[in-house]
Design a protein around this ligand. Structure first.
Ligand code: HEM
Length: 105
């Protein structure tokens, strides 16, 4: 659960940091043809710090995605506890057979 919170936090923080990163380059941000307010001006020190944060956040997101995929495969192949079938219901052979026998009757 804490890792879910970290992922959610990163997914919210990354666009915000990105928004300020663009501002620190001295450019406005366009959001579907609407220009968002420029909250900070061109600032090299801030740009350097925000770029570092943005890159760290992106690396953390990639690592979390890899952990999520490995965890899902562990549930599917090692634990065989039905978690994968809950994520991808079409893999659930039992419910397939059940619905087929239901439609036969
Ligand atoms: C979940 C959302 C986002 C992810 C995962 C993401 C990821 C990345 C990555 C991997 C880079 C390349 C970093 C590098 O090696 O230089 C990057 C660069 C950049 N991103 Fe994002 N980004 C996100 C959202 C945004 C948003 C919403 C904006 C702008 C509003 C933005 C603005 C930028 C800028 C300006 C750069 C270039 C940084 C530089 O080199 O100075 N990003 N982003």
């Amino acid at each position: 659960m804490p890792l879910t919170m970290v992922s959610m936090g990163l997914l919210i923080a990354m666009p915000i940091v990105g928004y300020f990163l663009v501002g620190s380059h001295g450019h406005p941000v366009l959001f579907f043809n609407t220009q968002l307010p420029v909250l900070i001006g061109e600032n090299e020190t801030l740009q350097y710090a925000l770029r570092g944060l943005h890159i760290l956040g992106a690396i953390a997101l990639v690592l979390l995605l890899a952990m999520h995929i490995l965890g899902a495969l562990r549930h599917a192949w090692a634990l065989r506890d039905g978690v994968m079938e809950r994520m991808v219901p079409s893999l659930n052979r039992e419910s397939h057979e059940q619905s087929r026998s239901d439609s036969d009757t």
